[in-house]
Design a protein around this ligand. Structure first.
Ligand code: ZN
Length: 365
């Protein structure tokens, strides 16, 4: 217990956790006030962009030595999902530390911890007298948990965002039970709902007519099911769910199947989100290489996949900016949006250590 109570980083984190920025109808005033105070302590300029009323985007900026270079964006969201208090061992907005060292609170994993990793990494580097080449923007956005429409979506499309001159971004991923391999994402699945229409010969039930809608439907369903079985097989062999059923291939195949199924079969999308390019994770992405190198130097590794859900990173990628979702939360049960969401104090400290090295690496390219 000793050092936990005196660890200032943990105290700042707990203070942030105690702000109930919980849906629905989040009031962000307290978060903004808290973050402005952090910026003042760090002696860094802070700007609150309010493109949508009541939906503040807080940006704390640490100017680099070569500010003409594209900047680094460390993004996190301030909002958290609702709680069912009765299912919690400790109240979800008290940030109590249990005997065994777990901080219990909504947002400990998703993602106030990561927001604090970003700020604490900056704080440590500054305190050590380090000057980074690139400018670093630490952003805190609203409403990610309800789709980000009035948060990162509008911000990423704004003049104010363009003025930040972002060249690379980090955002949230997912905790992992592994003690060595951090989970990261370089893209997201696109949500699409489609509608297949099969038309055929209608006729009396006593006859065997050719070219019926049922036959065509059978053909289509059979194709879907075979595709699905193939994906299930891959999953059984250990493929990550985010990497299964690649969107483009499915789209092409579905169209082809419809044509093959016969005449009068049409296919249309009910919901068709624009595809967002994934961030490259090869030698061509120097930020990724630097991140990976920094992580490996500390004796860890990164497993990078396509995210099975969505995050604010997609809005930044839409602007053509590479983003890696990177929440260095190791050795933890995955409790995003779950009861008893918690993080161990040692895992929290480790997250700051990792973020510090990663930030130093990517901002010095
Ligand atoms: Zn989140």
């Amino acid at each position: 217990m000793d050092s936990w109570e005196n660890d200032e980083a943990i105290q700042r984190f707990r203070e942030y956790l105690r702000i109930p920025s919980v849906h629905p109808d989040v009031n962000y005033d307290e978060c903004v006030e808290f973050l402005k105070r952090q910026a003042n302590e760090l002696q860094l300029p802070v700007v609150v962009h309010e493109i949508m009323p009541g939906k503040p985007v807080v940006v704390i900026t640490w100017k680099g030595m070569e500010p003409q270079l594209p900047a680094i964006l460390l993004n996190s969201h301030m909002d958290v999902v609702p709680v069912y208090k009765e299912f919690w061992t400790h109240p979800p907005f008290e940030a109590k530390i249990s005997e065994d060292g777990y901080i219990y609170a909504r947002g400990t994993q998703d993602m106030k911890s990561v927001g604090m990793f970003h700020l604490e990494a900056v704080r440590r580097l500054k305190a050590a007298g380090v000057r980074l080449k690139r400018t670093v923007h630490v952003s805190f956005v609203p409403d990610e948990e309800i789709g980000g429409e009035h948060g990162m979506k509008v911000f990423a499309q704004s003049e104010q965002f363009r003025a930040l001159n972002v060249g690379f971004g980090l955002d949230e991923s997912c905790p992992t039970t592994s003690t060595k391999v951090i989970r990261a994402f370089n893209g997201e699945k696109t949500n699409r709902q489609s509608k297949v229409t099969c038309r055929g010969n209608p006729g009396h039930g006593s006859l065997l007519l050719p070219n019926t809608a049922g036959e065509k439907l059978h053909y289509i369903l059979d194709k879907f099911m075979k595709c699905r079985a193939g994906e299930m097989e891959k999953q059984a062999q250990g493929a990550y769910v985010g990497d299964l059923v690649t969107i483009n291939l499915t789209q092409i195949e579905i169209r082809k199947w419809c044509t093959e199924a016969g005449e009068d079969v049409t296919f249309e999308y009910i919901r068709h989100n624009a595809p967002v390019k994934i961030t490259k994770i090869d030698e061509s992405n120097q930020f990724w290489t630097a991140l990976l190198c920094a992580v490996k130097e500390m004796g860890y590794d990164v497993l990078c996949n396509v995210c099975p859900g969505t995050t604010d990173a997609r809005f930044v990628r839409q602007q053509g900016i590479p983003v890696i979702n990177f929440s260095p939360i190791l050795n933890s049960p995955v409790l995003l949006h779950a009861h008893d969401e918690r993080i161990h104090v040692d895992v929290f400290r480790q997250g700051i250590d990792i973020m510090e090295k990663v930030l130093e690496a990517v901002a010095n390219i």
